[in-house]
Design a protein around this ligand. Structure first.
Ligand code: NDP
Length: 299
């Protein structure tokens, strides 16, 4: 039987409905409009698309939304001074530095300059430390793994305890926080990476397989446990000559059709994890605004 397709668009809509309601409520009762500042340096086309959709979505959620676009040759000090101004601006509750930064700029220093209470991407050492210390309620959790958890719970129910989970990829952005979240949900977690031996055999043990490696369709049916749930984080653009000359399309890190023949449920690319990432950014921003106003954030 073919796997259930986990609908990330619908899940994102549901999250965004809660966000919009919470933002409207905060503004009506406290006069506080959640504020999101997105900083883009340079002209990277993919980053421009992402930044555009984040700004649009923030507007649709009723937020105060600003986008700062800086040239690729901006001086590090100038960028840090902008972050300082946003840290000090009471109308801004969340700051997102779009990555990657152009060569010559120190991404760790820039991200590290964001005040942890405004770090809605969850990338500062303080927020990573809170998550790793088992304090997710005090942290901002990176948006992509937070979104993956929502999708997993929709597929498997609230209780993930005792499930065998394999996370392929160990980046600070996706793999590591994903593993921490699964651990906090009482799953038994293994993190695999480029040096892992016999990756397919390891993956076949996974009730939950999360692929975040950035290699188009690298994980096939031999990496999927019959009846397992597959969350494909990868977004890879590949040539699609079947669509016409010079055309491309997006694929995940998992070969969808073969994997779907084995799994119980799987996220598509596009339309799976992607929409959730942006929805969770909005959720983190409303959480930041609630915390700044001394209110309990929505769950
Ligand atoms: P990184 O490049 O930072 O990390 C990739 C990880 O995958 C590394 O840990 C690397 O191992 C591991 N890896 C690479 N090749 C293999 C392999 N053949 N077998 C096993 N492990 C491998 O990527 P990110 O974590 O930032 O992103 C991963 C993917 O997710 C990308 O496709 C990216 O576009 C996508 N993404 C999607 C988002 C969304 O909203 N859906 C958001 C963020 C990312 P090692 O550490 O040993 O080098």
């Amino acid at each position: 039987m073919a796997a259930t397709r986990i609908d990330g668009k619908q899940a994102a809509e549901d999250v965004l409905a809660t966000v919009r309601a919470a933002a409207a409520d905060l503004e009506a009762r406290r006069g506080v409009k959640p504020g999101l500042a997105v900083v883009l340096v340079g002209e990277d086309p993919a980053s421009q698309v992402y930044v555009g959709s984040k700004g649009r979505m923030a507007g649709e959620c009723g937020f105060h939304s600003v986008t700062h676009r800086l040239p690729a040759d901006v001086a590090q000090d100038e960028l840090l001074a902008l972050i300082d101004r946003l840290n000090a601006d009471p109308a801004i509750h969340g700051i997102l530095q779009q990555l990657p930064l152009p060569e010559g700029l120190d991404a760790d220093a820039v991200v590290g300059r964001i005040h942890p209470d405004k770090d809605v991407d969850g990338l500062t050492v303080v927020n990573a430390g809170r998550l790793a210390s088992g304090l997710p309620a005090e942290a901002f959790v990176p948006c992509t793994p937070a979104g993956c958890m929502v999708l997993l719970r929709r597929a498997l129910g609230a209780d993930l305890s005792g499930r065998r989970a394999v996370v392929v990829g160990r980046s600070n952005l996706v793999g590591k926080p994903m593993a921490q979240l699964l651990l906090l949900a009482n799953a038994t977690v293994t993190v695999a990476h480029s040096r892992t031996r016999d990756l397919p055999a390891l993956c076949r043990e996974a009730d939950i397989l999360v692929a975040a490696i950035g290699r188009p369709q690298a994980l096939g049916a031999d990496c999927v446990k019959p009846g397992g749930v597959v969350i494909d984080v990868g977004i890879n653009r590949i040539d699609a000559p079947e669509r016409g000359e010079g055309k491309t399309r997006l694929v995940g890190d998992v070969a969808y059709e073969p994997a779907a023949a084995v799994a119980a449920a799987i996220t598509p690319v596009p339309g799976g994890v992607g929409p959730m990432t942006i929805a969770m950014l909005m959720a983190n921003t409303v959480t930041a605004a609630c915390r700044a106003a001394g209110e309990t954030p929505p769950t």
